[in-house]
Design a protein around this ligand. Structure first.
Ligand code: NAI
Ligand code: OAA
Length: 328
């Protein structure tokens, strides 16, 4: 028997990540090749953006995806999120000339407060939310705080791009295949302060830290390369990461919905006090997923260097939380 369609909302649907994301959702790469989807696409109420969205929808139609059983265009989250089962919040205000970080936080706080409230009012009570728009962790925190009737654990932020970047750097350094790397994780904020951690990682049963055996490389090459990769892409492409960001969003939602078979992945999730991270701070943790739920990998030893890195990324996140406190 064929499955009942699920509703997938995507904001910023006419943007560059949207363009790399929607076709893969519609083809079944996110939720499975047997799962029909209805796309609920949101863009700002601006003639140019809505027209561009119409164009993307024409292209989606032209793909004749068997799993795409419905498609809607919206400019209001109160209609765009109606009964939605999965919400990918990609649309956000980018930093403009002369804008300080606090201005960006304030502009995005308005977007994510409104979207959190709309999800609270009209989405499925089990909606799974992924925030991609930057600053992703704090935007997820704002949306979560604006949706008190939904489970806080259902609001997540995207750290998967950092996780995937770290996997590829480790594969390159060791000369091994990405597919053979297990138990890597990224702690903290989706920003240059994130802490990519390969201390527990293995390749074919061998410990990656022992295999690399180079703390100088870890501190001076690996961490800055992963942490500043977003800026390096902007410098090279003149635009921020889009296909790799969309790919990470697909991975995040796929694994959350369909499980990781015991493997570790990284998700930005509201802390319940794990590893001393204050409750509700949206922080990157190692998790496994099963039956539509994520579970933090607990009890990992944190050495002095790792604690210092975790403290730094946490301090940044607490500062961001402080910066939006008055808006919540
Ligand atoms: N968490 C992560 O790992 C990554 C996050 N990002 C972030 O993702 C966001 C989107 O990136 P791009 O697609 O490249 O940007 P883009 O500028 O190409 O597209 C963003 C789209 O969102 C729309 N939008 C803005 N506010 C909206 C709202 N309130 N409701 C609905 N739509 C809205 C805009 O009209 C635009 O079409 C940015 O904030 C970017 O910094 C990008 C890469 C990785
Ligand atoms: O750095 C940016 O602006 C985009 C981003 O989040 C990334 O590529 O990690």
């Amino acid at each position: 028997m064929s499955k009942k369609p699920v509703r997938v909302a995507v904001t910023g649907a006419a943007g560059q990540i949207g363009y790399a994301l929607l076709f893969r959702i519609a083809s079944g790469e996110m939720l499975g090749k047997d799962q029909p989807v209805i796309l609920q696409l949101l863009e700002i109420p601006d003639e140019k953006a809505q027209k561009a969205l119409k164009g993307v929808m024409m292209e989606l139609q032209d793909c004749a995806f068997p799993l795409l059983v419905g498609m809607e265009a919206h400019s209001d989250p109160m209609t765009g999120f109606k009964d939605t089962d999965y919400a990918l919040l990609v649309g956000a205000r980018p930093r403009g000339p002369g804008m300080e970080r606090a201005d960006l936080l304030a502009a995005n706080a308005q977007i994510f407060t409104a979207q959190g409230k709309a999800l609270n009012a009209v989405a499925s009570r089990n909606v799974k939310v992924l925030v991609v728009g930057n600053p992703a962790n704090t935007n997820a925190y704002i949306a979560m705080k604006s949706a008190p009737d939904l489970p806080a654990k259902n609001f997540t932020a995207m750290l998967r791009l950092d996780h995937n970047r770290a996997l590829s750097q480790v594969a390159e350094k060791t000369g091994k295949a990405v597919a053979d790397i297990r138990k890597l994780c990224v702690w903290g904020n989706h920003s240059p302060t994130m802490y990519a951690d390969y201390r527990f990682a293995t390749i074919g049963g061998q410990n990656v830290k022992d295999l690399i055996d180079d703390q100088v490389w870890n501190e001076t090459v690996f961490l800055p390369t992963v942490g500043k990769r977003g800026a390096a892409i902007i410098e090279a492409r003149g635009l921020s990461s889009a296909a790799s960001a969309a790919n990470a969003a697909i991975d995040h939602m796929h694994d959350w919905a369909l499980g990781t078979g015991g493997e570790w992945v990284t998700m930005g999730i509201p802390s319940q006090g794990w590893y001393g991270i204050p409750k509700d701070t949206v922080f990157g943790f190692p998790v496994t997923c099963e039956n539509g739920e994520y579970k933090v990998v607990e009890g990992l030893p944190i050495d002095a260097f790792s604690q210092k890195c975790i403290d730094k990324t946490l301090a940044e996140l607490e500062g961001e939380k402080d910066g939006v406190k008055h808006l919540l």
